[in-house]
Design a protein around this ligand. Structure first.
Ligand code: HEM
Length: 467
C-alpha cells in the first residue's frame, strides 16, 4: 500500500512538474499582449516563433515593403513573445514623430552588449537620458558643432585637394577608380584628423579603420537581427551571430586603443584643441558632469567612424552611378558648378549653399538608396496611434526604404528625379518627415550637415574635373 502511495505521489509530482513546464512554455511563447484586439493588424504567424521567419530574408527592408503592400503600412509582428510594430508609410511616420518623439527617443535593446559598435558602451544605443545628453554635448563641442566645424575647415580643404590629386594621378596613369573606396578614404582622412589631428594619418590608420568599417557594414543586417532577436533567443541559449560580430569588434577595439595610445604619447605636440583632447579630458573626469570610460570613448569613435564612413561613401557611389546613367543630370550639374565656382579653382564647402541642384541630386540619391534602411526605436510608454494600442516596450521598426518610396507621398517614387527637391513643397513639416535617410527627431543623425559636405565636395570635384 505504502508502495502504491509512493508511486502515486511520484506520478503526481511528475504531472505537476510537466504541467508547470508546459504552462511556463505556453506563457513564454504564446503569451499575447493585453488588449490584443486593439493592436495594429498582424500578418499570419507560426505558433511559438510568431513572425521570426520574416526576419531572415536577405533584403529585409524589401521583404518588409512587400509585407506592407499585402497587409498594410502599420503592422504588429511578434517574435516569440517579443512585440514589434512595423511602419512603412510616410503618413504614419509623420504622426509618430509629431506626437510621440520623446516616447520613441531610445534605439531599443542592445543585443550584443560587448560589441564596440551598437553595444552597451556606445552612444547610439544609449537610452535617452543624462549619459546620452552629456555625450551629445561632448560630440558637439569636440567634432560636430559650429565652432568645431570652423576649426577643422582647413583640414577639409587640404583633404579635398588630396582627393582630387589622387584621382588625377590615377587618370593620368589610366588606372581604374573605385569611387566608393576613394570616397571612404576622403571621409576617413577628414574625420580622423577632425578628431585627432595629423597624428591620425600615421601608420595608415585611414585604411585600417576603413577596412574594419567595411566588415561592419557587411555585418549590419546580422547586428540588426542580433539586436532584435537576442532577448528571446538568448533565453533558450542561442546567441545569433555573436562570434562573427565580436571578432570584428575586438579587432576594432585593439586598433582604436593603439591609435589613442599613440595620440597620448604625442599629446605635447598638439595644441590642446583637437576633438580628442576634449574627449580624453572627459575620460579623466576633468570638468566632466559625467565620467566616461575608455570603452565609452572607443565606442564613440567607432560609431562616429562607422556612422560617417560607410554611409557617406555608399551615398557618393550611388549618386555618381545615377549621374553617370543620366547624362542630362551630369550636364546640368556641371553647368551649375561652373557658374558658381568657375573653372580656375576647386569646389569648396563654402560653395555648397549656392549649389541647390547638387544638393537635390544628393537628396534624391539618399531617398532612393538610403544607407540606413530600417530605423529601430522603442516605445518607452504604452500609447495609442491611429486608434491602435501600442504596449510599453514594443520595438518600433520604421522601414525608411519603404517610406521614401511610398507612392502616397512621392510622385513617381521609383524614379530618380532630383528636381522634386527644388520646390518649396518639400520644406513643409509633414514633407520633411517623409525624407528619412538621417532618421528624425531627437535621435536623428547629428552628422547630416557634415555628410552633405563630404558627399557634395567629392561629387563636385568629380563633376568639375573628369568626364
Ligand atoms: C550619408 C551619411 C549618413 C547617413 C545616411 C546617416 C544615417 C543615420 C541614421 C539613419 C541614424 C539613426 C537616426 C534615427 O534613429 O532617427 C544615424 C544616427 C547617427 N549618426 Fe548618422 N548618418 C550619416 C552620416 C553621419 C556622420 C558624418 C556622422 C558623424 C560624424 C554620423 C553620426 C551619427 C551618430 C552619432 C548617430 C547616433 C545618434 C543618436 O543615437 O542620438 N552620421 N545616422
Amino acid at each position: 500500500m505504502a508502495n502504491v502511495d509512493y508511486q502515486n505521489s511520484f506520478i503526481l509530482i511528475l504531472l505537476v512538474c510537466l504541467f508547470s513546464t508546459f504552462f511556463f512554455l505556453f506563457v513564454y511563447f504564446f503569451k499575447k499582449p493585453n488588449n490584443v484586439s486593439d493592436l495594429p493588424p498582424s500578418p499570419p504567424s507560426f505558433p511559438i516563433i510568431g513572425h521570426l521567419h520574416l526576419f531572415f530574408s536577405t533584403s529585409l527592408h524589401k521583404s518588409f515593403q512587400n509585407l506592407a503592400s499585402k497587409y498594410g503600412p502599420f503592422l504588429h509582428l511578434r517574435v516569440f513573445s517579443l512585440p514589434f510594430v512595423l511602419v512603412s508609410s510616410a503618413s504614419i511616420t509623420y504622426k509618430i514623430f509629431k506626437d510621440h518623439d520623446v516616447n520613441i527617443s531610445s534605439h531599443g535593446p542592445v543585443g550584443l552588449d560587448d560589441c564596440l559598435v551598437f553595444g552597451s558602451s556606445g552612444f547610439i544605443t544609449a537610452p535617452y537620458g543624462d549619459y546620452w545628453k552629456f555625450m551629445k554635448k561632448l560630440m558637439t563641442i569636440s567634432v560636430l558643432g559650429h565652432q568645431a566645424m570652423q576649426r577643422s575647415q582647413g583640414v577639409r580643404v587640404v583633404e579635398v585637394e588630396r582627393f582630387y590629386r589622387n584621382l588625377f594621378d590615377k587618370a593620368m596613369k589610366k588606372e581604374s577608380v573605385e569611387i566608393g573606396e576613394e570616397a571612404t578614404g576622403l571621409v576617413m582622412s577628414i574625420l580622423g584628423k577632425m578628431c585627432m589631428g595629423r597624428c591620425f594619418s600615421e601608420d595608415n590608420n585611414e585604411e585600417k579603420v576603413s577596412k574594419i568599417n567595411a566588415e561592419f557594414a557587411a555585418l549590419t543586417q546580422k547586428i540588426f537581427l542580433a539586436r532584435m532577436l537576442c532577448t528571446p533567443l538568448e533565453k533558450i541559449g542561442i546567441s545569433p551571430f555573436k562570434k562573427e560580430v565580436m571578432d570584428a569588434s575586438n579587432r576594432y577595439e585593439e586598433l582604436l586603443e593603439s591609435i589613442i595610445v599613440k595620440y597620448e604619447e604625442k599629446v605635447d605636440e598638439n595644441d590642446g584643441n583637437e576633438g580628442m583632447d576634449i574627449l580624453l579630458a572627459a575620460c579623466r573626469g576633468e570638468n566632466a558632469e559625467c565620467k566616461i570610460t575608455r570603452k565609452n570613448l572607443k565606442a564613440l569613435l567607432a560609431e562616429l567612424f562607422f556612422g560617417a564612413g560607410d554611409t557617406s561613401s555608399t551615398t557618393t557611389r550611388w549618386a555618381m552611378a545615377e549621374i553617370i546613367n543620366n547624362p542630362m543630370i551630369f550636364e546640368r550639374l556641371r553647368e551649375e558648378i561652373d557658374s558658381v565656382v568657375g573653372k580656375t579653382r576647386l569646389i569648396q564647402e563654402t560653395d555648397l549653399p549656392k549649389l541647390p541642384y547638387l544638393e537635390a541630386v544628393i537628396k534624391e540619391s539618399l531617398r532612393l538608396h538610403p544607407p540606413g534602411v530600417l530605423l529601430p526605436r522603442q516605445f518607452e510608454q504604452g500609447c495609442k496611434i491611429r486608434g491602435f494600442y501600442i504596449p510599453k516596450g514594443t520595438t518600433l521598426v520604421i522601414n525608411a526604404y519603404a517610406v521614401m518610396r511610398d507612392p502616397d507621398a512621392w510622385k513617381d517614387p521609383d524614379e530618380f528625379k532630383p528636381e522634386r527637391f527644388l520646390g518649396q513643397e518639400e520644406e513643409k513639416k509633414e514633407n520633411v518627415l517623409k525624407f528619412l535617410p538621417f532618421g528624425a527627431g531627437r535621435r536623428g543623425c547629428p552628422g547630416s550637415n557634415l555628410s552633405y559636405i563630404f558627399i557634395g565636395t567629392a561629387i563636385g570635384v568629380m563633376e568639375q574635373c573628369f568626364d
